[in-house]
Design a protein around this ligand. Structure first.
Ligand SMILES: Cc1cc2nc3c(=O)[nH]c(=O)nc-3n(C[C@H](O)[C@H](O)[C@H](O)COP(=O)(O)O)c2cc1C
Length: 340
């Protein structure tokens, strides 16, 4: 039986259904909806050996800070059930080297790039935005506000509406007014809608949800915390329902705000779930560590899943789960009000 299958060669996969996979994030138009999640694909150079990085929507680069950083002490990763805990501590080359080395390569490669920035003070975010203003190849900026504010007892910017807004406001003031800005939010808040309201009022054009969920592992042999940083960020399939819930709540409160969804996406059906909940684009993070071609594979799987459900445009599926149950089978033009 096995020999017979082998002699016939690989089973040809069915042709991909024709689906317009383009998406719109405010003023940013992307030909495809899948992105890399910040921190899980560096600047895309390694992934480009596994798939053509220009075929996905965009590369979201690892959060860059003003100065080079070596990150936290090891161990800084731990496996958890259906997930992973990390406390890398934003290791990176600093903005100047990033622009000269990583951004220059991405520009030459022809990839669309969303640059993720991170800071320890509001002023640092502003300076990073000003520095990026001089670079042509940036399609958008993702503002990673899940960082401790050294001027406020290490409180994470993303966890308070006021400090989240201060950061976005600083980036907006120092950026080209047309530059699309996405605030990357933490799920570790009581009311994520309140944070979205604050960052949008401060000048964000959209939001990226979710960053990792704060977690902790204790090693039962050493009977001490496993991570040198004690706590870390939980990612992977374990957090997917949290991400879906956040996307749903944000979409319900803000029908027009562009959403980049992420958190445990492994398959095209996972990505479809995010789209149906209200995401306009989907980032893939942890999955890349065991399948470096995941963003491209998931994009193909998503296209197939959309076609199988009768969609000819990805935009028509955005927020579909919010429609009353009896009208879900009709794909009329009125779906557009939340997808654009
Ligand atoms: C090893 C690792 C490093 C990460 N670094 C960053 C980062 O630099 N900036 C950021 O905004 N998010 C960072 N994240 C969070 C991811 O971008 C993403 O929001 C989160 O992991 C959920 O998606 P996933 O489950 O697909 O990984 C990192 C996640 C991991 C696992």
């Amino acid at each position: 039986m096995t020999r017979a299958l082998i002699s016939q060669g690989p089973v040809p996969s069915a042709p991909l259904p024709a689906v317009d996979m383009s998406t719109t994030l405010g003023q940013l138009h992307l030909p495809a909806p899948m992105l890399t999640a910040s921190g899980c694909a560096a600047s895309g150079r390694e992934l480009d050996q596994f798939f053509d990085i220009t075929t996905i929507g965009a590369i979201v680069t690892k959060s860059v800070m003003a100065n080079p950083r070596s990150g936290r002490a090891t161990p800084r990763m731990a496996e958890t059930p259906s997930g992973m805990l990390n406390s890398i501590g934003l290791q990176g080359p600093g903005i100047d080297r990033f622009i000269e080395h990583d951004l220059a390569w991405l520009e030459e490669r022809g990839a669309r790039v969303i640059v993720s920035i991170a800071g320890s003070t509001v002023d640092e975010y502003g300076k990073l935005a000003a520095r990026l203003r001089t670079v042509r190849s940036v399609a958008g900026i993702e503002i990673n506000i899940s960082c401790p504010n050294v001027e406020d007892r290490g409180q994470v910017f993303a966890c308070r509406a006021g400090s989240a807004a201060d950061v976005v406001n600083a980036v907006r003031r120092h950026s080209d007014p047309r530059m699309p800005l996405f605030a990357k939010l933490s799920p570790d808040v009581t009311d994520i809608v309140e944070i979205v309201d604050a960052v949008v009022r401060a000048g964000a054009n959209g939001v990226s949800v979710i960053n990792t969920v704060l977690g902790m592992v204790i090693n039962t042999d050493t009977m001490r915390p496993h991570l040198a940083g004690i706590t870390g960020g939980l990612s992977g399939p374990a957090i997917r329902p949290v991400a879906v819930r956040c996307i749903w709540q944000i979409r319900q409160a803000f029908p027009q705000v562009p959403i980049i969804g992420m958190g445990g996406v492994r398959t095209g059906l996972d990505a479809l779930e995010f789209i149906l909940a209200g995401a306009n684009a989907v980032s893939v993070g942890t999955s890349v560590f065991h399948d470096p071609s995941a963003p491209a594979r998931i994009q193909v799987e998503l296209q197939r899943a959309l076609g199988e459900r009768g969609f000819t445009r990805l935009a028509d599926a955005v927020s579909h789960a919010h429609r009353p149950a009896d009208s879900r089978a009709e794909f009329d033009d009125d779906i557009d009000f939340i997808s654009e």
